[in-house]
Design a protein around this ligand. Structure first.
Ligand SMILES: NC(=O)c1ccc[n+]([C@@H]2O[C@H](COP(=O)([O-])OP(=O)(O)OC[C@H]3O[C@@H](n4cnc5c(N)ncnc54)[C@H](OP(=O)(O)O)[C@@H]3O)[C@@H](O)[C@H]2O)c1
Length: 291
């Protein structure tokens, strides 16, 4: 099957719908933005960098001259900026939000909320956005699409170090934040019917995967590009979340070993009940504190 055939079989027109994508300027975000416009939706991009956001809009408008694109600038490290985005989005008729923005190996710092920046970008800010937009999305029978990662299973969480601020290994810090995002949303949304889709792209070559020291990266980047799926194909597992929800603890990702192939839904058994209860309790405590 090629991508076009997959799209014909698995998607339908999104005409009249509004889709919000965070991190649209990234490798997967750009591909998702194209798919969403190709399917006729109105697109709202939420990005941190004005010039990259503007360049993306120009690129998309050249490809889709009738595209309706609204750009919002917000840095997920800056909680004031996240609050302003919520207020703007509440004024819009949004149907879907794709929680796609994330960071992996960046200089660490403590954010204004007191949390580690990777934890804030990947979990605190998207959870807050979801919590604030839930009534609107529920009224419009919309959906939250949360982009998870295989890395969520690299380590169990630690109640004494919620944001892994004492840990230095990027894969564990990133994985911990994705684990919080995925499982707290499963719990938050479990009584919300078909409003959640937890998805993941497998492994694909983007800025987030380019985190190796320059000499190592220079050697591995070419084989990596050959071995892993291109972002255009990997993005289909995220796109699928617009057309299918995930029930219980399941997620949508590449069929073969969670790394290659077209999207498929699988159940997840990567966390115990006691840990899942704790995710949700912690997420709600953080939300209440920040509200
Ligand atoms: N690539 C993979 O193999 C892989 C595997 C598993 C999961 N994922 C997930 O897929 C999603 C997309 O990642 P990607 O592969 O497309 O990586 P990417 O190219 O690095 O894109 C990440 C996006 O997040 C944005 N971002 C980073 N920090 C931000 C901040 N502080 N505030 C606002 N936006 C911020 C980036 O903005 P800038 O453009 O300004 O940098 C970019 O638009 C992420 O959730 C990632 O965890 C990717």
């Amino acid at each position: 099957m090629n991508i076009q055939k997959w799209l014909t079989k698995n998607t339908h027109s999104l005409s009249g719908k509004t889709v919000v994508i965070t991190g649209a300027t990234g490798g997967l975000g750009k591909e998702l933005s194209r798919y969403v416009l190709m399917l006729g939706a109105n697109l709202v991009t939420v990005d941190r960098n004005e010039s990259r956001s503007l360049a993306l809009e120009k690129e998309l408008t050249a490809e889709f001259p009738d595209a309706k694109i609204t750009r919002i600038i917000a840095d997920m490290e800056d909680f004031g900026s996240v609050k302003s985005v919520c207020e703007r989005l509440k004024e819009m008729p949004i149907d879907y939000i794709i929680l796609n923005a994330a960071a992996y190996s960046i200089p660490r710092k403590r954010c204004d909320t007191g949390y580690d920046n990777i934890f804030q970008i990947n979990f605190v800010s998207p959870y807050y956005l979801t919590r604030e937009l839930l009534p609107l999305l529920s009224a419009r029978k919309g959906r939250v699409i949360a982009v998870g990662s295989i890395a969520h299973n690299y380590s169990a969480t630690d109640p004494d170090d919620i944001d892994f601020s004492t840990r230095s290994r990027s894969n564990l810090v990133y994985g911990n934040s994705k684990r919080y995002l995925m499982f707290s949303l499963y719990e938050l949304m479990k009584s919300e019917g078909k409003m959640l889709s937890v998805v993941h792209p497998g492994i694909t070559f983007t800025n987030i995967t380019a985190h190796y020291p320059p000499p190592i990266f220079a050697i591995i980047k070419h084989p990596m590009k050959l071995i892993f799926m291109k972002p255009k194909k990997a993005a289909l597992s995220i796109l699928k979340g617009l057309f299918d929800h995930t029930e219980g603890y399941s997620w949508i990702g590449p069929k073969l070993f969670n790394i290659w192939g077209y999207p498929s839904k699988k159940s997840l058994k990567t966390a115990k009940k006691s840990e899942i209860d704790r995710f949700y309790q912690t997420a709600e405590e953080i939300y209440t504190k920040l509200k």
